[in-house]
Every structure is written in C-alpha cells, then in structure tokens.
Ligand binder design. Structure first.
Ligand code: GLY
Length: 367
C-alpha cells in the first residue's frame, strides 16, 4: 500500500479472499477517508459508535467523510455493555434502512469492544451481509476484539451467545485515541497484552516487564510496539484457525476462569481484570501440576501488579460458584473444560486433563 506514514505499522491477517490489513500508529484515522474513496468505494458509509465516542470522534470523522464528498451517516447507541443486545442491533438496522442503506453500504465501527461487536454483527446480517471496517479506539479493542472477526451480542442467558464470524475489510488502530481513554480502561486492555506475551512471546513479556512505567505513561513508540506485537500474534493465530477449531483456543488463556469471575461478580469486575486473575489462577494450576515454574509464576504476578491489575481471587466470590460457572461457559464441550496452560512464559498448550480438585486448589491458593 502506498502513502503510509513511516511511523505507521502494518500487520496482515492472511485468510485467502478474506485477508485484510491492520494499520497501527498515531493518526491512522486521518487516513480513513482517503482509503474509503480509493480502496473501499461504497454507496454510503455508516459510522456506528456509542454515546461516549460519537460526540467527538464520531462527529469529527463524519465531517471529514462529508467534506470529502462521501455519503456518510453517524448512528449512535447508549454506551455500555447493557446495549449489547438484539434491540440495539434492530434499532440501528431500522435507522440504516430509513437513511437509505443498501447492499453496497459499509459499516464503520468506531469505538471500543462493545461497539465493534455490535456493529460488525449488524454488518454481517444487514441485507445478508455488507462490508465493515473496524476503527477501534480502546486498547482492548485494538489488541483483541477488532481483529479476528468475532462478532456478537448478549442475551439474558449469557454474553456473546448470538454472533457470527465476519472479518472486517481493514482495521485502523489509532493509538492517539488511547490518550483520552480512561486509565482504568487502558489497564483493562493491558491484561490482553500480557496474555499475548504469556502464550506466544517471551520478547513481548520482557518488554512489558522492563517498560511498564513508560507504557502506563502512554509512551507512543512503546504503545505502538505492544499493539503491533499483540495484533501480529492474534493475526498469526486467526490466520491458522479462523473458526476456533483448535489453535485459536490459546487466545482464551486466563479467560475460562476469567469469564466465571466476571459472571460471579455480576460483571462488577471488568473483563481485563477478570482475565488477569484468571491468568494467575491457571498459572497456579500449571504450577500445581508441575508444568510451570514458581519463578515464572512470580514474574507474571509482579508484572500484573506493576500494571495495576489484580492477581487475587476476591474473597466474596466463593470457589463453588466459580466452579459451577465454569461448566456453563459456552466453550465447555461435553462437560470437559479446555484449559490453556503455559509451560513457560511465551509457550502454551491446551489440555482437558485437569481435575476439578486441582482447579479448586488453584483458586483457593490465589486468595
Ligand atoms: N478474544 C479471543 C478471540 O478472538 O478468539
């Protein structure tokens, strides 16, 4: 691709005819309008964002698109996980129909993980599927949810229970948007970055260990580096296993227990924080099974603490409840739980050879 500013990074997700690029760097959003005209022509563009993002970033992007002569619209919905449901999808779809969206229209998902999931889900079913571009503005969305094509909404019975696999045409990770992200949200996303280090990149883990203060201070070169490294790992995994038949399961490191912690806390504990605790618990589990070293377990805990992430199972979440919730996870197959364990930092494997007693012991010893 021509005309990419030298500080921007580019990561390719290889999926045959569905392959796409992730552009990463400060200011990549300024390139979107030109790219839409040159590479992604559409009859109209629908920027979808939540009420927090639409007023500033949404309006700005809308104005740029319009001044470039594009037929653009901005649709927004109330911010928060509570909006991640079919009602929001139907309401957005009806708005699109009223504004003339057709099969050649395109969805631009501008925002965090909730926005990306809803907007891409809508794009995947609107008139049987229209094109979508992801414009993630939170760290969590940039390093995880905007890449890989998982879309979905929640129903009262569980999170993400309705969804599709639907790859975007491109992802623009503008790290400049992270400067206005609440610090809590940034730290939330860092749990996923640590995850990539644990499952696949000792180098990334070392960078985080050595530079956590600069990272928390949003030092642009480092942020660009860790977002690029995270996206590269995710791209590599998704390219080999788009539909989570095998390898993609490693991206669930810390998530199996993390989901139970989130649910048991009634979602008072954020995803990233729950994953942080989940990574500690499964690493303890691997330690109990003699598969992971005490030294590396301590390194993981220290890094998470340094990043402001929790490493203990809260005392008000009892072990029995967490174990019961584990069996309700949609990834539990025929009562067997697949755990992603690390044998060392940067190396992981999937196993269902885990005794419930070992899980209980791991949870109890992470109090
Ligand atoms: N967030 C895990 C995945 O995309 O597979």
């Amino acid at each position: 691709m021509e005309d990419i500013n030298f500080v921007w990074k580019q990561v390719r997700v290889e999926l045959d005819k569905d392959s796409y690029d992730i552009l990463i760097g400060p200011g990549v959003l300024t390139h979107v309008s030109t790219d839409l005209k040159d590479i992604f022509p559409a009859s109209s563009y629908f920027i979808i964002s939540d009420s927090n993002v639409s007023d500033i970033l949404g309006e700005d992007l809308l104005n740029i698109l319009k001044s470039d002569g594009l037929n653009a619209h901005l649709l927004s919905f109330p911010a928060g996980e509570a909006s991640k449901n079919m009602d929001t999808v139907v309401s957005l779809a009806r708005n699109m129909v009223r504004k003339g969206a057709d099969r050649k229209s395109m969805v631009l998902a501008l925002g965090g993980g909730v926005t990306g999931d809803i907007a891409a889900f809508l794009a995947s079913i609107y008139m049987r599927g229209i094109k979508c571009i992801q414009l993630p503005t939170s760290l969590l969305a940039q390093v995880d949810s905007s890449v890989g094509g998982k879309t979905g909404v929640d129903i009262p019975e569980g999170k993400n229970l309705l969804g599709t696999f639907f790859q975007p045409k491109r992802v623009y990770c503008d790290i400049g948007t992270l400067t206005s992200l609440p610090r809590d949200e940034f730290i939330n996303g860092m749990a996923e970055v640590v995850k990539y280090g644990m499952i696949m990149s000792k180098e990334l883990f070392n960078i985080l260990e050595k530079n956590y203060l600069e990272i928390l201070n949003l030092e642009p070169d480092l942020i660009c580096k860790i977002v690029t490294e995270s996206c590269s790992i995710k791209a590599k995994v998704v390219s080999q296993d788009e539909r989570e038949g095998g390898l993609r399961r490693i991206l669930n490191f810390g998530h199996t227990i993390g989901h139970s912690i989130e649910a048991a806390s009634d979602y008072a504990i954020s995803h990233g924080r729950a994953v942080s605790i989940g990574m500690v618990v499964v690493s303890k589990l691997a330690l109990i099974k003699g598969m992971f070293s005490e030294r590396e377990f301590k390194r993981l805990k220290t890094l998470l603490n340094n990043l402001g992430l929790p490493t203990c199972v809260p005392s008000d979440l009892d072990t029995r409840t967490l174990i019961e919730l584990l069996y309700h996870d949609k990834k539990t197959i025929a009562g067997r739980i697949n755990f992603v364990l690390c044998s060392e930092i940067g190396r992981c494997f999937v196993t269902d050879e885990v005794d419930v007693k070992e899980v209980e012991e791991a949870i109890d010893s992470c109090r």
